[in-house]
Design a protein around this ligand. Structure first.
Ligand code: FSX
Length: 363
């Protein structure tokens, strides 16, 4: 029993090639690939079999799922359900009780070794894990069972990635992250409390296009989204460079859009794509709405606290990140589309054997 290809699914839904190419151009941009790669992405994605996805929600506030349901545009929001076969998600699915649990067990059996496991929320370990259970089974038990047959695991949100707020001191439930428990499968962390919906979609699109998870940073996050700090790409950065800082949230500087560093903004130490991808269809992000970044995509951000105290760090630590410099240099020397594809595939965390085929098709 296999799922149909994405191309077949889109044809069934009456989605035109033009609309799909538009979506692929958006995906290229999200994956930091040149716009000219849209055709290659469309070819690869339309031939890809829609993977079965089992989504487990543990100790969390449901903000991650709320974020997912506000995906980039209506087109993208609907496409995410075409790109994948979401076979179990206890918040979004219509089934409940035994029928819901049966759909999870069926997906694990039918797609053993092939399904993607998405987890949001942390896993409580204290007192036998009793602080969060589903159908009478602990989160730990459910995670270990589902991880066995997963091709790869996507930890969505800071709770699943690093323990998040449930893990904050004094951590009464003994909450830990997915990668604290699962050591023998590829795990990608899409941190953020909540994470940016376009980043969730981008990682799924990358998996469909390249048959692999994207290149990760040293905290297991996709480098294309977390390679730079918020400060690197913040539109208020010129004010930082000129030494113009708002001193209160309603002073002249704040009204002029000056830098929020002295009001506690954690942009300089926070890696995420908020300043470029933004939220709500590219409408805005916290700093643009007048509030400093809380650093929610970094480990232990809650315990670090001091949300309204300025960071103490030397100015030299606030220069553009190495990643940004490398990306700028690559554009400057005109790296070819084929090479960008090849490099991205080579750097990805390999999960299936389809990358070589993809390279052959697009060289
Ligand atoms: Fe955590 Fe997500 Fe923050 Fe909430 O599932 S990352 S508390 S937005 O909901 O896990």
């Amino acid at each position: 029993m296999d799922h149909e290809t994405l191309g077949e699914r889109l044809r069934e839904q009456g989605i035109s090639r033009r609309a799909f190419l538009k979506f692929c151009a958006a995906m290229a941009s999200i994956m930091a690939l040149p716009p000219g790669t849209a055709n290659a992405i469309a070819d690869a994605m339309s031939k890809a079999t829609r993977p079965s996805v089992i989504w487990l929600s543990f100790q969390e506030c449901t903000g991650c799922t709320e974020s997912l349901t506000r995906s980039y545009t209506p087109t993208l929001e609907s496409l995410i359900f075409d790109m994948i076969s979401l076979d179990y998600h206890h918040t979004l699915q219509a089934a409940s009780g035994f029928a819901a649990e049966k759909s999870r067990i069926d997906a694990m059996r039918n797609f053993y070794g092939k399904y993607l496991l998405v987890v949001d929320g942390s896993i409580p370990l204290h007192d036998g894990g009793i602080y969060s259970t589903i159908a009478g089974r602990t989160n730990l038990d459910l995670l270990q069972e589902a991880a066995k047959g997963a091709a790869a695991i996507i930890a969505v949100g800071t709770c699943a990635s690093f323990g998040g707020i449930p893990n904050a001191k004094p951590n009464p439930t003994g909450a830990v992250s997915v990668s604290d428990i699962i050591k023998d499968k590829p795990v990608v962390n899409i941190s953020g409390c909540p994470p940016i919906p376009a980043v969730i979609t981008g990682v799924l699109a990358h998996y469909l296009t390249f048959g692999a998870l994207p290149e990760l940073d040293d905290l297991g996050r996709p480098r294309s989204f977390y390679g730079e700090t918020i400060h690197d790409r913040c539109y208020r950065r010129p004010f930082y460079d000129q030494g113009k800082f708002a001193k209160t949230f309603d002073d002249e500087g704040a009204r002029n859009g000056w830098c929020l560093f002295e009001l506690g903004c954690k942009g300089p130490t926070t890696h995420n794509a908020c300043a470029t991808t933004k939220w709500n269809g590219g409408t805005s992000f916290p700093i643009e709405s007048g509030h400093g970044c809380l650093g929610c995509s970094e480990p232990h951000f809650w315990d670090a606290g001091s949300f309204y105290s300025a960071l103490s760090m030397p100015a030299s630590a606030l220069s553009l990140s190495t990643d940004a410099a490398i990306a700028g240099a690559a554009i400057g020397v005109g790296v070819s589309i084929a090479n960008r594809f090849k490099k991205r595939a080579a750097k990805s965390v390999h999960v299936t054997a389809t990358i070589a085929d993809l390279e052959k098709q697009h060289e």
